[in-house]
Design a protein around this ligand. Structure first.
Ligand code: KE4
Length: 430
């Protein structure tokens, strides 16, 4: 593949931005090589500055569930921006967005729009601490909730990819207030709550862990966390930045029938524009300024153009059968990848839910963080490049989930399986 223009751009970028990128996971550091620079995107495809086309299984890390550059989303943005880009005073689209989210996610009795998933999770834990008067936060090893100080403890995603699960710069006094549990371990959770339950302000969990690749909750696990939080007066926060509106129209909480006290959203809710949201029980949210004393604010929060992109995307995913088709296609993709790996004689396990999947080079079933960490990251690295050079773009990390959109179909899967048959052979060769 000719990647000369990407190389020129990356060379310049390296002198200007840390690692040449504005977000670490884009840098290809864990898989080697240099990132390509996108020129444009359409449907299931990214096109780079040298004209190479890739079937894209990241979709901007989740937002592009309707496919890249969907005409309805672009039209909504074009129409809205003609009235101005930002007002700094309330606008009707903020009300429409809140009404839409409340209808799709009934636990969101009240909510606040912010500009990223990180802002949403930061705000949610501040609210949990402020509302309970407690200080301890519980998270799960390998889960990633954005780059807020309290979360960079045994974190997943890029922090895990680069072996920085505990980032420098986070004061020990603060990090010590974050306790981590193994995900899917019922006894460990019960034991921790028995010991310090009365001091726990909140538990934040990715209901499906998408930042240690993709790990599904064991039957009853989310309800177990729900029961523990209820019993000990802790706030249960579902971080649905990744799963929200993807794994079901109402997110993981509707898929698993477990209601958190607070939820956080991002990605799809902005349709590719910078939007996050947090919300839940009204008695908690009323404690947020200006109706309450717990402060949180944002210059561009509820920005009309971002609301328009998010609303257009939320409209598209409400089409009859949208999630059923997305889930069926996720199984087609994963079954096809497993078949290609078997044909190549290499041990690969996939985990899958609606619109999200994990690919692990292991013969184990992956149900825990340790299972995920036991997979062969070097084999993934070879597979990643084998697919990339054949025009298929997987997440450039063994610890990131893959994402499907409504634009992925037979043509894309056929191309992917043909590439995978070769790439798995190369991955095995090592
Ligand atoms: P942002 O601040 O990146 O919008 O959202 C942070 C966040 C919070 N919670 C969950 C469950 C998330 O997955 C994320 C962000 N996800 C990563 C991908 N694993 C974003 C990609 C990146 O960091 O560039």
């Amino acid at each position: 593949m000719n990647t000369a223009t990407s190389h020129q751009l990356f060379t310049a970028a390296l002198d200007l931005m840390p690692g040449g990128v504005n977000s670490p996971v884009r840098a290809f550091k864990s898989v080697g090589g240099e990132p390509f620079f996108a020129k444009r995107a359409e449907g299931a495809y990214l096109i780079d500055v040298d004209g190479n086309r890739y079937v894209d299984y990241i979709g901007s890390w989740g937002p592009m569930i309707a496919g890249h550059a969907h005409p309805a989303v672009l039209e909504a943005v074009a129409r809205t921006m003609r009235d101005g880009l930002s007002f700094g005073v309330p606008n009707a689209l903020e009300v429409t967005m809140a009404q839409t989210v409340q209808r799709l996610v009934p636990s969101m009795q009240m909510m606040r729009m912010v500009n990223s998933g990180t802002e949403a999770t930061l705000s949610a834990i501040r609210l949990a601490r402020g509302a309970t008067g407690r200080t301890l936060l519980v998270k799960f090893e390998g889960c990633y909730h954005g780059h807020g100080d309290s979360f960079l403890v045994k974190a997943g995603s890029g922090a895990l990819t680069f072996g920085l699960p505990n980032s420098p710069g986070v004061p020990k006094a603060l990090a010590d207030l974050t306790l981590t549990l193994p995900y899917n371990d019922f006894e460990a959770a019960t034991k921790l709550f028995d010991e310090v339950g009365s001091e726990i302000a909140g538990v934040i969990v990715e209901p499906i862990v998408g930042n240690a690749n993709c790990i599904l909750p064991r039957d009853g696990y989310l309800q177990h966390l729900r029961d523990l939080c209820t019993r000990h007066g802790a706030i249960l926060i579902f971080d649905e930045v990744m799963t929200g509106f993807r794994v079901a129209l109402g997110g993981a909480q509707s898929r698993y029938g477990v209601t958190p006290d607070l939820s956080t959203f991002g990605k799809i809710i902005g349709g590719g524009m910078p939007v996050g949201a947090y919300g839940g029980r009204a008695d908690l949210m009323r404690q947020i300024a200006p109706s309450g004393p717990i402060y949180q604010a944002g210059t561009l929060s509820g920005n009309p153009v971002a609301m328009a992109a998010g609303l257009a995307t939320l409209e598209l995913i409400q089409a009859p059968g949208f999630h059923e088709r997305l889930e069926a296609n996720t199984h087609v993709l994963c079954d096809g990848l497993e078949a290609a790996a078997r044909d190549a004689g290499i041990a690969v396990t996939t985990t899958r839910t609606c619109g999200m999947f994990g690919l692990y080079f292991t013969d184990r079933q992956v149900e825990t963080f340790d299972d995920a960490m036991a997979s062969d990251a070097n084999a993934f690295k070879r597979f990643f490049h084998g697919m990339l050079k054949r025009g298929v773009y997987f997440a450039p990390s063994a610890f990131e989930a893959g994402f499907l959109s409504a634009a992925h179909g037979e043509t894309e899967f056929a191309h992917t399986f043909e590439a995978a048959r070769e790439a798995f052979r190369e991955a095995r060769a090592g």
